[in-house]
Design a binder for this molecule. Structure first.
Ligand code: CA
Length: 440
């Protein structure tokens, strides 16, 4: 199993009492990173670490640590985390250890760090780093099979699926942080019985429940990252809503894959939960004995023993009507990243096996994380069976796809039987009506 250290100790307690509550997403064992500033100010964005209901302002904490931790701390004062992420696992780890020690009950740094706290209630976030290249994978075989059967009833799962971690190169410019709003896209739509397509606003707007993966340290062009070396390169994880226009997608996706159906908006949660914080939740990667076993460059004892990640995932919906009536978002489905057919290590190793270079701030989407049961669909396309079945909401409304004013919320957390909960916070964003010039 992964080598844990003192920062993972479930008995650690923080001098900030909100961090010690059982339901808190951000206990002392988590320590995720974001870029933040005080709401409604012109302050510079700077790095912060979540602890309880507070943020440690890492720019304000400058000078508090020494050695590699100080190098990391000083990089975190910048308005993006790219520099910090480029420094590599030894610096990430040193800063995590220094913060963990300084936040423990009776730490001598308490007085100095108290001056660096900003309540999360008073903060707003930017993207944590400048995202360079964005690659979207397709790692849930349950999603791939269900969606495949809607798009290609006679041939749902293509023969390469069980051999290749399938992905496509996406576009990073429309990725934004939680709170994002975007107009319903328009594009070419063609009903199956129509002779020709027409330009219309999307009628089948959907979300995708994904895990986002941030690359920290890159690799040189031509130098693949070996499967067992990927922990040196993966900085951390977030929740990722990859908004999708299913009607645009159905007409455009062959032969080169998604294009305008996927690049009008995608939303990340503000906090990057580090790879190191998630080590206790690594678990066995299982492959059905009847399935092809991965090729040698995608197989290792380490990947088999600890390649998978047990992250509980949830999607909720709050309609405009629910918001007007002060009703909380209602759950649509739950799933878990552990169902992924490929591990993050396999995604990184495969992405670079041809020599492709990854850079600090590059981003992967895991692909929609649907579970084996029908109610575990990570998209509305699956839950409504391609629009054939209405989803009933508790207030009497129903949906087959998203309506204007709908807010989609995703949450995620890891929890072991010993009780430590590592939360991701949430990603929330809202669909606005199409541009007034749009065709409908
Ligand atoms: Ca996707």
């Amino acid at each position: 199993m992964p080598v844990l250290n003192e920062t993972h100790n479930p008995d650690l307690r923080c001098w900030i009492s909100s961090a010690n509550r059982a339901t808190c997403d951000f206990p002392i064992q988590n320590l995720p990173f974001a870029e933040f500033r005080r709401k409604n100010t012109a302050e510079a964005f700077r790095g912060g670490v979540a602890i309880g209901d507070q943020i440690i302002d890492l720019a304000a904490a400058k000078g508090l640590f020494s050695g590699e931790a100080a190098v990391g701390l000083s990089a975190c004062a910048e308005p993006t985390l790219n520099h910090f992420m480029s420094l590599g696992a030894s610096v990430w780890s040193a800063l995590r250890l220094a913060l963990s020690r300084a936040l423990r009950e009776a730490a001598t740094e308490q007085k100095a760090l108290e001056k660096c706290l900003v309540p999360q209630d008073e903060a707003e976030y930017s993207l944590p780093c400048q995202i360079g290249d964005y690659t979207d994978f397709y790692t849930s075989i349950f999603h791939a099979t269900r969606v495949g059967s809607l798009f290609r009833p006679d041939n749902p799962l293509l023969p390469n699926y069980k051999w290749v971690p399938i992905g496509y190169h996406g576009r990073s410019s429309s990725i934004d942080v939680s709170g994002q709003t975007f107009r319903r896209p328009q594009g070419q739509l063609k009903a199956p019985d129509a002779e020709a397509p027409s330009l219309n606003s999307c009628k089948r707007l959907d979300y995708e429940l994904e895990v986002g993966i941030y690359i920290g340290k890159g690799n040189a062009l031509g130098e693949p990252i070996a499967l067992d070396e990927t922990d040196q390169h993966v900085f951390g994880y977030c929740l990722f809503n990859d908004w999708s226009a299913r009607d645009i997608q159905a007409w455009e996706y062959q032969p080169l894959g998604p294009f305008l159906a996927k690049n009008f908006a995608s939303t990340v949660s503000p906090w990057i939960v580090t790879n190191e914080a998630l080590l206790p939740y690594r678990t066995e990667f299982k492959r059905d004995a009847a399935d092809p076993q991965p090729l040698a460059y995608l197989a290792s004892a380490k990947n088999t023993q600890q390649g998978a990640l047990d992250i509980k995932l949830e999607v909720l919906l709050q309609t405009q009507q629910m918001r007007a009536q002060n009703q909380a978002a209602t759950a649509l489905s739950e799933s878990n990243f552990v169902y992924s057919y490929w591990t993050v290590a396999q995604m990184v190793a495969h992405h670079t096996v041809n020599g492709c270079n990854l850079r600090p701030g590059d981003f992967f989407g895991s692909g929609t994380q649907s579970g084996p049961d029908e109610e575990q669909g990570g998209s509305m396309l699956e839950l409504s069976q391609g629009g054939k079945k209405s989803i009933q909401l508790p207030n009497g409304e129903q949906r087959t796809f998203l309506e204007d004013g709908d807010t989609v919320v995703m949450r995620g957390y890891c929890q072991q039987s010993d009780g430590v909960r590592i939360g991701f916070g949430e990603v929330s964003s809202t669909v606005l009506p199409a541009h007034e010039s749009a065709h409908d």
